[in-house]
Ligand binder design. Structure first.
Ligand SMILES: NC(=O)c1ccc[n+]([C@@H]2O[C@H](COP(=O)([O-])OP(=O)(O)OC[C@H]3O[C@@H](n4cnc5c(N)ncnc54)[C@H](OP(=O)(O)O)[C@@H]3O)[C@@H](O)[C@H]2O)c1
Length: 381
C-alpha cells in the first residue's frame, strides 16, 4: 500500500491521478489533497477517498471547505503555507500537479521530505532546475517524470549507457494551430487555443501547446531531468501523438515509448514504478493507425522552441524570465486582454528588458521571477 498526496487534485492531472488510484484500491491510499479554488470538488474528492487532510489555497474559502467536510474525519486548512504544510504529512508518493510557478514552494517542501515525487508541474523545474536538483540530491528524493514526453524518455533511458546517448528526441503534436498561417493565428481565440486535437488538459498547458511554448518548457525540463546539454535535445513534430518521445543511442538504436494520448498511461507508470500496473485509461490500437508522420518544427511560425534553446544557452535567469512572462501572457490571453501572437512579443520583450543576474538561491529565483512578472504586466496594462 502506497500513501499518496496530490498537490492540485482538482486539475486535469489531479483528476487522472485519482482515476488511476480508484482502479487500485488495494495499492494506494490518498492521505492529502490540495486545490486552489474548487472547494466543492476538493471536498467531494476528500470524502470519496477518505483522506486525512484537505487544503484549499484561497484562504477566503476556508469556511466553505470546513462546512463541506463537517461530519467527516478529515482535517482541513487554507492558504499557500497550508499547501506547503500538507507535504509534511508522511506520503510515499507526492504528485506535484499544481499549474505554474505557484507549485514551487510545495514541490520544494515535498522534495525535502524525500520519497517519490511524481512531477507533472514542469514550470518550477524550468525556472529553478538547479535549486530543485540540489534539494533532490540532499534529501535523497526520487524525481519521477509524469509529463508524457519525459515519462517516455524515462522508460527507455539506460542510465548505465547515458554517455552513449546521442540525442533525446521530444515529440510534439504541433497543437491546434500546427497548420495555421500567421494571419489565422493573429485572430485565434482562447476557445480555439484550448481545443487541442489529441489531449484534454488544463487551460494553461493547452495554450502552451498551441504556442508550442509547452515544448519549449519541455526542452528545459528534459535538460534538468536527464542532465543533457541543449544540443543533445531535439524536437520533432509528430501530429498523431503515438510515439511520446525517443532516445537515440550511438549504436544507431532509437528507443521510444508508444501509447494512447491519455495521461493515465504516464501517471499509472509513475504511481506503480518500478512495477507495471494496469491503467484505467485508453489503450493504443495500432491497427487503427494508417500513418505515423514526423516533421521539423516551423521555427518562423512557432518561435518558442528557439527561445528555450537561447534561454538555456544564456543561463537560468533567462529561463525564469521566459517562464514568468509566458505565465502572465497566457493568463492575459485567456482573459481576452491580448491577442495570441502577443504571447511571443511579451516574452521577447521581458527577455530583452530584464537584465541577467546570477541566481544563487531560491530567494533569488523568486525575486527575479517577480520582476519578470511585473515587466510582463506593465506591457499588458
Ligand atoms: N494536463 C495535462 O495533461 C498535463 C500533461 C503534462 C504536464 N502537465 C503539467 O501539470 C501541471 C498541471 O496541469 P493541469 O493541466 O492539470 O492544470 P489544471 O487543470 O489547471 O489544474 C491545476 C491544479 O492546480 C491548482 N492550482 C491552480 N492555481 C494554484 C495556486 N496558485 N496555488 C495552488 N494550487 C493551484 C488548481 O486548483 P483549482 O482547480 O481549485 O483552481 C488545480 O488543482 C502543469 O504544470 C502542466 O504543465 C499537465
Amino acid at each position: 500500500m502506497r500513501n499518496v498526496t496530490i498537490l492540485g487534485s482538482t486539475g486535469s492531472i489531479g483528476l487522472n491521478t485519482l482515476n488511476v488510484i480508484e482502479k487500485h484500491p488495494d495499492r494506494f491510499c490518498v492521505v492529502a489533497l490540495t486545490a486552489y479554488s474548487n472547494v466543492d470538488l476538493l471536498a467531494q474528492q476528500a470524502i470519496k477517498f477518505k483522506v486525512k487532510h484537505a487544503v484549499i489555497g484561497d484562504e477566503a474559502l476556508y469556511e466553505d471547505l470546513k462546512a463541506a467536510l463537517s461530519g467527516h474525519e478529515i482535517s482541513c486548512a487554507a492558504g499557500e503555507e497550508a499547501i506547503v504544510e500538507a507535504t509534511r504529512i508522511p506520503a510515499d508518493i507526492t504528485m506535484a500537479a499544481i499549474v505554474g510557478m505557484a507549485g514551487l514552494p510545495s514541490l520544494m517542501a515535498a522534495i525535502e521530505q524525500g520519497g517519490f515525487i511524481a512531477l507533472a508541474n514542469k514550470e518550477p523545474l524550468v525556472a529553478a532546475g538547479a535549486q530543485v536538483l540540489e534539494v533532490v540530491e540532499r534529501s535523497g528524493a526520487t524525481l519521477l517524470p509524469v509529463d508524457s514526453e519525459h515519462n517516455a524518455i524515462f522508460q527507455v533511458f539506460e542510465k548505465d549507457n547515458a554517455n552513449a546517448i546521442e540525442r533525446l528526441i521530444l515529440t510534439a503534436s504541433g497543437g491546434p494551430f500546427r497548420d495555421w498561417s500567421f494571419e489565422e493565428m493573429e485572430k485565434a481565440t482562447p476557445e480555439q487555443a484550448v481545443a487541442h486535437p489529441n489531449w484534454t488538459m488544463g487551460a494553461k498547458i493547452s495554450v502552451d501547446s498551441a504556442s508550442m511554448m509547452n515544448k519549449a518548457l519541455e526542452v528545459i525540463e528534459a535538460h534538468y531531468l536527464f542532465e543533457m546539454p541543449a544540443d543533445k535535445i531535439e524536437v520533432l513534430v509528430h501530429p498523431q501523438s503515438v510515439i511520446h518521445s525517443m532516445v537515440e543511442y550511438n549504436d544507431g538504436s532509437v528507443l521510444s515509448q508508444m501509447g494512447a494520448s491519455d495521461m493515465c498511461t504516464p501517471i499509472t507508470n509513475i504511481l506503480g514504478w518500478p512495477r507495471r500496473i494496469a491503467t484505467p485509461g485508453e489503450k493504443l490500437d495500432l491497427s487503427k493507425m494508417s500513418n505515423l508522420s514526423f516533421e521539423q518544427v516551423d521555427n518562423a511560425r512557432f518561435p518558442s522552441i528557439q527561445m528555450a534553446y537561447d534561454a538555456l544557452n544564456s543561463g537560468q535567469a533567462a529561463c525564469v524570465s521566459m517562464n514568468a512572462a509566458n505565465e502572465i501572457a497566457v493568463a492575459a490571453f485567456l482573459s481576452h486582454k491580448i491577442a495570441f501572437l502577443d504571447i511571443y512579443k511579451i516574452i521577447r520583450e521581458v527577455l530583452d528588458k530584464q537584465e541577467t543576474a546570477p541566481l544563487k538561491s531560491l530567494n533569488d529565483v523568486f525575486s527575479y521571477d517577480k520582476v519578470a512578472r511585473d515587466i510582463a504586466e506593465s506591457l499588458i496594462h
